[in-house]
Design a binder for this molecule. Structure first.
Ligand code: ADP
Ligand code: MG
Length: 218
């Protein structure tokens, strides 16, 4: 059953809190994350919003909360904001919007990753608003964004819509703040650092004289 839920959730990758290094991101409230992983917020139909710059672990945390939900028996859908809006627009063009909206309203947990990277058309923003609005106090929504709330208008276009959306989304909410250095950059820097060190070691281990090419005594 757990595996079936994991497959149905359509995670882009399976990640858990076991592999998350909390020490790398001190701004993140670890106790709150561990509490959320117990899924009480899903029973309470509350929301979670993870905010922070790129590469700080927002998707990792969203995936881990999704995995925890699968393990605790909650069916869920994982998607990105851009993909969700595309699905909604497509459904509208094919005259099956109502059905998709009902499905999205009924899922216990909807995880919407990456709100903020792509500005939405006004129709797209309205359709996304309707999803959040129809889920309000009916199911839990997890949203991740690289933008602080005051910049959400740049994605959603209208001040009125942004206000109404935030009003619903943040009524019962836990906010996770992930601000710090990109873990991706740090990881690739330390990888590069190790490579450089290995090259230097190799160079110094070379038993040939670099000028004459003669084998040096060791
Ligand atoms: P974001 O969604 O905030 O841009 P991601 O969650 O995609 O960042 O993180 C980028 C990569 O770094 C992923 O492979 C993720 O698993 C890893 N990562 C980020 N933060 C951590 C962390 N604190 N501990 C372990 N891995 C991390
Ligand atoms: Mg991400």
């Amino acid at each position: 059953m757990i595996e079936r839920r994991i497959r149905a959730a359509r995670f882009p990758a399976v990640k858990s809190l076991d592999t998350f290094d909390f020490a790398a991101i001190p701004s993140l409230n670890k106790m709150l994350v561990l509490e959320l992983a117990r899924c009480g917020y899903i029973l309470g139909r509350e929301n979670v919003i993870a905010l922070g710059n790129s590469g700080t672990g927002k998707t990792h945390i969203a995936l881990a909360l999704g995995l925890a939900a699968c393990q605790k028996g909650f069916p869920l859908t994982f998607t990105t904001a851009a993909s969700l809006v595309n699905q909604l627009l497509e459904a509208r063009d094919e005259r099956r919007l109502l059905r998709l909206q009902r499905e999205l309203a009924a899922v216990k947990l909807l995880i919407v990753d990456e709100l903020g990277y792509v500005p939405l058309s006004s129709t797209g923003a309205e359709l996304l608003f309707e999803v959040f609005s129809q889920r309000y106090e009916r199911g839990s929504t997890v949203v991740t964004s690289n933008l602080p709330f005051e910049d959400w208008m740049s994605v959603l276009g209208s001040e009125r819509l942004t206000g109404a959306l935030l009003d619903r989304l943040t009524h019962h909410v836990s906010i996770l703040s992930l601000n710090g250095d990109s873990y991706r950059l740090k990881a690739s820097r330390s990888r590069r650092g190790r490579l450089d060190a290995a090259e230097q070691n190799q160079a110094s281990a070379d038993p040939h004289d670099p000028e004459t090419g003669e084998v040096l005594p060791t």
